[in-house]
Design a protein around this ligand. Structure first.
Ligand code: GN1
Ligand code: MG
Length: 367
């Protein structure tokens, strides 16, 4: 987009300072992001984002959730006497008239937040930063455990395994692009089927009333955290998917992305392995900050959560492959199948580590 257009958008928000330059930021696939640089050293820079309203149909709900969450975290950090709070929680800037945290221009939704200086994001982590990440996501959930408002579900049934399987069954029945009969697809469908009952147990426990939903981040990938130069997590970003869910979402999705020895679309299946060093460090950090509020049923099922997310992502990638690649961008024709197969291999490696994971969690609880 042109500088002038972007400047006109930013000028709708109540910012301090004068804009000197606006340039693209990051490589997110869902939202478009820009850095807004101000001329004065004394004023902050900003991050301008166009929210993808195809993925998030109710942007007003997304922004109300984010407002409630960031206000609540800011209050908790203040109560705890933390320093440097402006770098530990995102601050969104209201529009000049009326105070909403977003504006609609030509059918597009825009928002603006303060840029956090001297912070980095990472694409991969080592055990040390995983431990920090575990603490940070555990703390994120702990701080939000008593949020007084009920948050909306910004993507309906986002991490509902029964729903994801239903979506897959529907596309298998319709077979819109004729890929269902491929032998590789058939093999994967059988593996998915064989695990379907076990993998939907969270939904059953939820219905039985023994498993609560709590405020979760729901996209706890490594690159959704900002680290300082001591490898400590400053804050959690990308809050669009914050919504009520089983805690398994945040725990399991982090390990899905961080404990895979290779990227989720690596085509060499023999290289896909689950890293126990990352599992141990993350789990240790997570339990340190979350065990005070977790129920026994939540802790007992952490190994299940570790398997659930590769399984769910396998189902989602296969669904998109069979639908004709509409959700995830593909660089080659069976890219989505490779992703689905990669996640299945990760799942198998997770399954092989169940006894070790259970033993490690018991050890953590003994100390
Ligand atoms: C999407 O856009 P990104 O990479 O943050 C997806 C996640 C998947 C992930 C798989 C809203 O996240 O749920 O785990 O791709 N987000 C949405 O790469 O669907
Ligand atoms: Mg993201």
């Amino acid at each position: 987009m042109e500088q002038d257009q972007l400047k006109t958008i930013v000028s709708q928000f109540a910012i301090n300072g004068t804009i000197s330059e606006i340039k693209p930021l990051g490589e997110g696939l869902i939202n478009d992001t820009y850095k807004v640089i101000t001329a004065e050293a004394s004023e902050p820079d900003y991050v301008l984002q166009r929210v993808n309203h195809h993925v998030f149909p109710d942007v007003d709900m997304v922004m109300r959730n984010i407002e409630a969450v960031t206000n609540h975290i800011r209050m908790k950090l203040t109560e705890a006497g933390e320093d440097d709070i402006e770098r530990k929680v995102l601050r969104f800037i209201p529009v000049k008239d009326g105070g909403k945290l977003y504006t609609i221009i030509d059918g597009n939704y825009w928002r603006l937040m303060v840029f956090i200086p001297n912070a980095i994001t990472k694409q991969a982590v080592d055990p040390d930063s995983s431990r920090h990440a575990g603490r940070a996501f555990g703390r994120f959930q702990a701080m939000l455990a008593d949020i007084p408002v009920e948050l909306g579900e910004t993507i309906k049934d986002f991490h509902n395994m029964e729903f994801r399987l239903e979506q897959l069954r529907e596309v298998v029945a319709k077979d819109p692009v004729g890929r269902v009969s491929e032998p590789q697809v058939q093999r994967l469908l059988q593996e998915i089927d064989a695990r379907a009952y076990e993998m939907t147990k969270a939904e059953r426990m939820g219905r039985e009333g023994i498993l609560p939903k709590r405020v979760c981040h729901c996209d706890t990938k490594v690159n959704n955290m900002m680290f300082n130069d001591r490898d400590e997590v400053l804050c959690v970003i990308d809050l669009d998917t914050v919504m009520p869910n089983f805690i398994f979402s945040d725990y399991g999705d982090f390990l899905r992305t961080a404990a895979n020895t290779v990227a989720e679309d690596n085509a060499d299946m023999s290289a896909v392995q689950f890293r126990m060093d990352i599992f141990k460090a993350f789990t240790d950090g997570y339990l340190e900050s979350a065990r005070s509020f977790l129920l026994p049923v939540e802790i007992e099922n952490l190994p299940y959560a570790t398997a659930l997310f590769p399984y769910m992502q396998c189902v989602r990638f296969l669904w998109d492959y069979l639908s004709g690649d509409k959700y995830w961008k593909c660089q080659y024709p069976d890219h989505n199948f490779v992703r689905a197969n990669n996640q299945f291999h990760l799942l198998k490696s997770v399954e092989a580590h169940f006894p070790q994971m259970e033993a490690f969690i018991r050890e953590c609880l003994e100390v």
